[in-house]
Design a protein around this ligand. Structure first.
Ligand code: ATP
Ligand code: MN
Length: 536
């Protein structure tokens, strides 16, 4: 199919004043994919892979900068926000100073302005605008947000605007009492966010997700850090989990239609995606293990920080630039997606964890109380660095599997989830996509194939036809057999050769869960699900 790569000379429909800028160089408003590709190429922003996909490097930052994220501390939003290390306050005067600097910095430059929707539900979607310096950043948000049609773009009035001044650093960060020269700051009352000092596109994606997590629950709608897909009978499954646990990998399922891979809402009508695209990890990606994602990497997708040779042949196993190599692509690149981006009330909810301690079972069925406990705990464990000899995993507890993106108190989301699960009779499961047969260094990670077999058994209901055991250490209900899974793996204590080492690891992890959960039982919180967790 011939595709024009012409750089359009169409007049943009907005001007500098509409953006609050004194002046503007060239304004590139809502460019097509082909135009963006041509700009990326012309600006030498990236290289082209063997199959014609644009590859860019995101600069010094290959991930988000959570310590540099702030909200203006002002009325009335300050009463709603759960202030702390995640939601840090910024004085209005400082925001205004930085905002003025950002506008000054962007004025006179060539800019890419991109408009998109966040939220597939027409009733609650938000119109969002992104002002960026690079074509690839425009390309990234075009991939990730819902793409309005020509008519919707013609009179697009943004409800929230992100000004991204990647190359502007805050020289006065010490005087401002901030963490570094990088800033990602939100002014809720003004419906503006400003970014400086980092090029990373994920700040814009997760920035708007953060705002959705502010707006929706205040209207009684649950917002969730989860992926979603739907079976032939319309049965919807949600997959919650922290980064790297398998939301994207496992929701992209050849037998089920993909609704979305990362951010969803749940209202009285059912669930809906916030986004119009996916953002998949590329490290160790193979056509054999993850064919749908592998083949989504084609023209219009955007690869980040991957390593390729001079012919554009990608080495997916290389972490030379970062372990967090990524590709963003419009959801249409997954042929088996649901174009409505919506689904009924879910039938099954799966909490994904990547337990590098090798203690949690590959699959367990949760009681209602356990579901609340594991949702609020938000556990996963990372493998510590790549230093030789360091084999001790690091536990992470992040409420609701996404505390970094939650401006309100975690119990706000947990209460909404509990009510909805109760009302719609939803089943909950915990799936460990991490280590079996020993912790990191001794055992090995569950294969994607075996994890998929566990998930298939949940989704086709066959897990309800087998006998269950209860583990002594976390009191989790685990199936004794499942088709496609080695029965020996289903009970972690059985799969470890050294039983004493297992008991020590289980005890240690249980202690960390108990310690972490204390925050919900002190300070007058009424969320006491301690009984549903492990004992020490
Ligand atoms: P993020 O929130 O950062 O997008 P995510 O939850 O979507 O994270 P994935 O992108 O699905 O995480 O990453 C899971 C990674 O782990 C992939 O690189 C996948 O290939 C790998 N993996 C290895 N074993 C498994 C398994 N058993 N189940 C799922 N993923 C696995
Ligand atoms: Mn993902």
């Amino acid at each position: 199919m011939p595709r024009s790569a012409a750089i359009s000379s169409q007049e943009p429909s907005i001007n500098a004043a509409a953006l609050g800028l004194k002046s503007i160089g060239r304004l590139y408003h809502n460019l097509s994919y082909d135009e963006l590709f041509a700009h990326e190429d012309r600006n030498a922003e990236g290289n082209i892979s063997e199959n014609g996909t644009m590859m860019v490097d995101t600069g010094k930052f290959t991930g988000r900068s959570p310590k540099d994220k702030y909200f203006v501390h002002q009325k009335p939003s300050f009463e709603n926000i759960a202030w702390g290390k995640i939601n840090q306050p910024m004085a209005l005067e400082i925001f205004d100073e930085l905002y003025a600097e950002v506008l000054e910095y962007l004025s006179g430059k060539d800019l890419y302005v991109t408009d998109g929707f966040c939220g597939a539900n027409e009733k609650t979607r938000k119109r969002v605008r992104f002002v960026t310096e690079f074509a690839w950043q425009s390309h990234f948000v075009k991939n990730m947000f819902i793409r309005p049609d020509a008519r919707e773009l013609s009179d697009f009035a943004p409800q929230f605007t992100i000004y991204n001044a990647s190359n502007l650093t805050n020289k006065n960060w010490k005087r401002h009492g901030l963490n570094s020269e990088v800033f990602v700051a939100f002014n809720i009352e003004k419906n503006i966010a400003i970014i400086g000092g980092t090029w990373y596109g994920g700040e814009m994606k997760k920035g708007i997700f953060t705002m959705m997590n502010y707006w929706l629950p205040l209207q009684g709608i649950l917002s969730m850090h989860c992926s979603a897909n739907v079976g032939k009978d319309g049965d919807v499954a949600l997959f919650f989990g922290l980064s790297g646990t398998g939301k994207t990998t496992l929701s992209t399922d050849p037998h089920r239609k993909l609704i979305g891979d990362d951010e969803h809402g749940w209202d009285a009508d059912g669930i809906f995606n916030f986004e119009g695209g996916c953002y998949a990890k590329c490290i160790n990606l193979s056509a054999e293990n993850e064919p749908e994602i592998y083949h989504a990497i084609q023209r219009d997708a955007l690869l980040e920080n991957v390593v390729a040779d001079e012919d554009g042949v990608i080495d997916f196993d290389s972490d030379a630039k970062t372990e967090n190599t990524r590709v963003s692509y419009p959801i249409e690149h997954i042929s088996n997606h649901d174009p409505s981006l919506k689904g009924e009330h879910p039938k099954n909810i799966i909490f994904l964890t990547c337990d590098a301690f090798g203690v949690l079972p590959p699959v367990s069925k949760l009681t209602k109380e356990q579901a609340m406990y594991y949702f609020l705990s938000g556990y996963t464990a990372k493998v510590a660095g790549t230093e030789r000899g360091v084999t001790e995993p690091q536990a992470t507890f992040s409420s609701c599997f996404g505390e970094a993106f939650l401006p309100l108190h975690p119990t706000t989301y947990a209460k909404l989830l509990g009510e909805k699960m109760e009302k719609h009779g939803v089943n909950a499961y915990l799936v460990n996509t991490g280590w079996v047969g020993g912790g990191y260094g001794v055992g090995k990670r569950m294969s994607i194939k075996a994890t998929r077999a566990c998930i298939d058994a949940i989704l086709d209901g066959s897990i309800n036809n087998v006998e269950f055991d209860q583990t002594s250490w976390f009191r989790l209900n685990i199936p004794k057999t499942l088709s496609g899974v080695d029965s020996n793996l289903l009970n972690p204590r059985n799969s470890w050769v050294d039983k004493e080492a297992f008991d020590r690891a289980a005890n240690k992890l249980a202690g960390m869960f108990v310690e972490n959960f204390k925050k919900y039982t002190i300070d007058g919180h009424d969320f006491d699900y301690t009984q549903a967790g492990p004992e020490v």
